[in-house]
Design a binder for this molecule. Structure first.
Ligand code: PLP
Length: 396
């Protein structure tokens, strides 16, 4: 039995997505660039998927969609392309809580002489918009923020940020990493002054290994991969037809499923969250209650180790994820939670549960039944007995 509550890491491929892909993995294997009749179905399928991706992100034209291999490639193409587009400008603004594919790209640009401002967040994970506004200058080549945070689910006010950027400097480009927003909330690049936006198929029930980048028609980027003329020269390499088709179908299903995300998925997430906070006295919510994607909750368990919780949950068939990443053998607390000023008492004991449209009430009930016992067992072996007792009396 697997109870999968790690949908921000990756998602199950939808059956309808798989069905749509299968012909292109079997009989329709033609190279879409070929001249014969046999390739027409493949090239039409790509055109159809591009159109669906256009609707998914709210672009004006399907010409503004480039297929990539993943969210990381979309972010790299966007960021490196944006600074090449604005090559006389040497200043970039981003946030302290970006995904490593964005963060590490900026670290490498810093080494090349770019000046980067990393904007902070408050204890709810919300962005300091005033700070961002103040930092925009004539020299700002790019502002880059994520739409929703992968660890906490906190949503940044992208529309407001887009307006601020363009009112302060219309030549500054705006890149949005929408990998965790896609399929969870409505996206509309047209309404938000977004120039570049990246998504990744495997976060919304398409397979791993396919992504997309929206590039506003007025923005000209140099290609990250040079070679043939595919993707209008932006991204050489024979198109991954079955995966492109799959992501197109997943995008179509995601648009239809947005209502379900904001009602039923949210209801189950809220049930899980309130249940845990009620039954475990050492727990606290690590994010804004309201400004969040509907599927994510990140809960800190004070004075105990997150890795231990995950191992116990795994024994029960429950998949979740910790806020910490293992860096060269030492357990580094999450940069997101640190940026939020999360107290050290729960920094190492934070767990992210992320649901999907496949999550059932029965699964949530099972987690709520099992988790308090798991936490109690780990509390019993914690070296912080006095502090825990203090907490229990205060909250319990
Ligand atoms: N951006 C965010 C916010 C993510 O959560 C992820 C993956 O977890 C990525 C980018 C990278 O996506 P991919 O795994 O497709 O490269």
């Amino acid at each position: 039995m697997v109870i999968y509550l790690d949908n921000n890491a990756t998602t199950k491929v939808d059956e309808e997505v798989l069905e749509e892909m299968l012909p292109y993995l079997k009989d329709e294997y033609a190279n879409p660039s070929s001249m014969y009749e046999f390739s027409v179905k493949s090239s039409n399928a790509i055109a159809d998927a591009r159109n669906k991706m256009k609707d998914f992100v709210g672009a004006k034209s399907e010409k503004e969609i480039i297929f990539t291999s993943c969210g990381s490639e979309s972010a790299n193409t966007a960021i490196r392309g944006a600074v090449a587009h604005n090559k006389s400008k040497k200043h970039i603004i981003t946030t302290k809580v970006e995904h490593p594919c964005v963060m590490n790209t900026y670290k490498s640009l810093e080494k090349q002489g770019y000046r980067i401002d990393y904007i902070g967040v408050n204890s709810n994970g919300e962005l300091d918009i005033e700070e961002l506004k103040e930092k925009i200058t004539e020299d700002t080549a790019l502002v880059s923020v994520m739409w929703a945070n992968n660890e906490t689910g906190v949503i940044f006010p992208v529309k407001e940020i887009g307006e601020i950027i363009k009112s302060k400097n219309p030549n500054t480009l705006f890149f949005v990493d929408a990998v965790q927003a896609a399929g969870k909330i409505e996206m509309n690049v047209k309404d938000s002054n977004i120039d570049l936006l990246g998504v990744s198929g495997h976060k919304f029930h398409a397979p791993k290994g396919i992504g997309a980048l929206y590039v506003k028609s007025s923005v000209i980027l140099p290609p990250l991969i040079t070679g043939g003329h595919q993707e209008r020269g932006y991204r050489a390499g024979t198109e991954n037809v079955p995966y492109i088709v799959g992501m197109g179908k997943a995008a179509e299903l995601a648009i239809d499923g947005l209502k379900y995300e904001s009602t039923e998925v949210k209801r189950l997430r809220d049930k899980l969250e309130t249940g845990i906070l009620k039954t475990t006295y050492n727990s606290r919510l690590n994010s804004s209650i309201t400004n969040r994607v509907p599927n994510t909750t990140n809960i800190g368990f004070e004075y105990i180790e997150g890795e231990l919780i995950l191992l116990h949950l795994s024994d029960l068939g429950i998949c979740a994820s910790s806020g910490s990443a293992c860096t060269s053998g030492s357990l580094e607390p999450s940069h997101v939670l640190r940026a939020m000023g999360t107290p050290f008492t729960s920094l190492h004991g934070s767990i992210r549960f992320s649901l999907s449209r496949y999550t059932t009430e029965k699964e949530i009930d099972y987690v709520l039944e099992k988790l308090p016992r798991v936490i109690d067992d780990i509390i019993r072996i914690s070296p912080y007995q006095e502090e825990l007792e203090h907490l229990r009396k205060a909250r319990g």
